[in-house]
Design a protein around this ligand. Structure first.
Ligand code: AMP
Ligand code: ZN
Length: 114
C-alpha cells in the first residue's frame, strides 16, 4: 500500500526506531508514547483492520502477541507486567489503518481503559 504510513516504515521509506524484525513482523517505538515503554508490533503484510483478517491469516495476530511477550521478556518487564492493545475502527481508537499491536509497560495500567 503506497499511502500507508506503516507500509512506508516496513519499506524503510520513513524512519523508525526498530526494536525487532523477522521475516513477517517489525516492532518499533511509538512516536507519541503513552507509557514509559510503548512499542508497536506490526505485520509486514498490509492488513487494514482486525476485521479484515481472514481465517488463513489469523496466525499473524498470534505472532504479534508472541513478539510482544518476547520483547517483554527481553526488555525485563514480563514479570512486573504489561498490556497489549489492538484498536479497530473509529470508536475503537484506530488512527493508522494497518493492523498493529500496542505494547505498553513501565507504569500501572488502569481499568477500564479510556
Ligand atoms: P492506533 O491509534 O491504535 O491506530 O495507533 C496508531 C499509533 O501509531 C499511535 O499510537 C501513533 O502515535 C503511532 N504512530 C503514528 N505515526 C507513527 C510513526 N511515524 N512512527 C511511530 N509511531 C507512529
Ligand atoms: Zn500498510
Amino acid at each position: 500500500m503506497t499511502d500507508c504510513i506503516f507500509c512506508k516504515i516496513v519499506a524503510g521509506d520513513i524512519p523508525a526506531s526498530l526494536c525487532y524484525e523477522d521475516d513477517h513482523i517489525i516492532a518499533f517505538a511509538d512516536i507519541e508514547p503513552q507509557a514509559p515503554v510503548h512499542k508497536l508490533i506490526i505485520p509486514k503484510q498490509h492488513i487494514a483492520r482486525l476485521i479484515d483478517l481472514t481465517e488463513q491469516e489469523c496466525a499473524i495476530v498470534g505472532r504479534l502477541q508472541w513478539v510482544a511477550a518476547k520483547l517483554a521478556k527481553d526488555m525485563g518487564f514480563a514479570d512486573s507486567g504489561f498490556r497489549t492493545v489492538m484498536n479497530c475502527n473509529d470508536e475503537g481508537g484506530q488512527t493508522v489503518y494497518h493492523i498493529h499491536c500496542h505494547l505498553l509497560a513501565g507504569r500501572q495500567m488502569q481499568w477500564p481503559p479510556g
